[in-house]
Design a protein around this ligand. Structure first.
Ligand SMILES: Cc1cc2nc3c(=O)[nH]c(=O)nc-3n(C[C@H](O)[C@H](O)[C@H](O)COP(=O)(O)OP(=O)(O)OC[C@H]3O[C@@H](n4cnc5c(N)ncnc54)[C@H](O)[C@@H]3O)c2cc1C
Length: 266
């Protein structure tokens, strides 16, 4: 019999909607210290059952393959044995329908490597931080806030989160609580498919930026020397928000270029 590759246990599973999941894993061995905003890879064997609301992918798989995909860590960076992920189900995907079918206590695989440069490392202490996400692109920002909020009290922080319906706004309660507790934190959820019961923002993130929501509602200047932007999620949002920021002299941060615009695409 071959040895199981599994090295962690599901200790939390919250289905926010049939296609949106907060998953918590406990690793058998602690991981190395990591930075908020980084990602790791998780996996399940192909013989695991798929969720009842998924659809069969076009490509079938042999039964003993370990299906692995990268996910941003949503939990704080001081916990190296329990990890939280915010995951949306791709119904015809290989891994996510199997993740959605897991129950508490089930075993699974998690990499021992934690990687990525989408971190706060290159943000000077005196700069504001604007975190823009669509859907599960919010995950790295939950790690930023859970790890570093207490050490960023003298600058402004804002989260702009785009989603479809109100129930797609994962972490709404936690972000609202932070906004009510910290006067330097601003939370702007905006919905594309809200009905009249929703009294908050509607429409695309780009529209709110063009309408100057950040200077007007949070006193945050769109200036690369004063405010760093993080973008995570849908490539179309990343493209159009990048175009808006480029007009304000922002350049994308990379290894050879110290820009104030940080991007992670899923
Ligand atoms: C650095 C990094 C971090 C990531 N972090 C997260 C995270 O925190 N939460 C999260 O939910 N995802 C995250 N992802 C995406 C994740 O790795 C998987 O790609 C995704 O969950 C789909 O996996 P799957 O095996 O179910 O689908 P696959 O079998 O890989 O894909 C099946 C089909 O669906 C398409 N597809 C793939 N992804 C999507 C999608 N998101 N929406 C619509 N169609 C899609 C593919 O093109 C393919 O045709 C991250 C990706 C990267 C690169």
């Amino acid at each position: 019999m071959t040895e199981s590759p599994y090295n962690s246990t599901v200790i939390g599973k919250i289905l926010l909607t049939p296609d949106l999941l907060v998953l918590r894993l406990s690793t058998d061995e602690p991981r190395k210290q990591f930075k908020a905003g980084q990602y790791t890879t998780i996996g399940l064997l192909s013989q695991e059952q798929r969720s009842p609301n998924s659809v069969m992918p076009l490509e079938s798989m042999a039964s003993d393959i370990l299906i692995k995909r990268p996910y941003s860590i949503a939990s704080a960076n001081y916990d190296t044995t329990e990890f939280e992920f915010y995951i949306s189900q791709v119904k015809s995907g290989q891994l996510t329908p199997r993740l959605f079918n897991l129950s508490l206590g089930r075993r699974m695989w998690i990499d021992d490597k934690i990687l990525g440069v989408f971190t706060l490392d290159n943000v000077p202490d005196n700069c504001n931080i604007v975190m823009i996400a669509t859907g599960t692109g919010l995950a790295p920002y939950m790690s930023f806030l859970r790890s570093h909020l207490a050490s960023h009290l003298n600058t402004k922080l804002a989260v702009i989160h785009g989603a479809g319906y109100p129930w797609d706004l994962g972490y709404f309660s936690e972000l609202t609580l932070i906004q009510n507790t910290f006067k330097n934190f601003f939370y702007f959820p905006t919905l594309l498919r809200a009905d009249q019961n929703w009294t908050g923002l509607t429409g695309y993130i780009e529209k709110h930026l063009e309408d100057e929501i950040l200077p007007n509602k949070a006193g945050i200047e769109i200036d690369p020397s004063k405010t760093h932007f993080f973008l995570c999620g849908n490539p179309k949002m990343v493209e159009s928000v990048s175009a808006y920021l480029n007009k304000h002299n922002y350049i994308k941060h990379c290894k050879d270029n110290q820009g104030s615009l940080h991007i992670e695409e899923y």
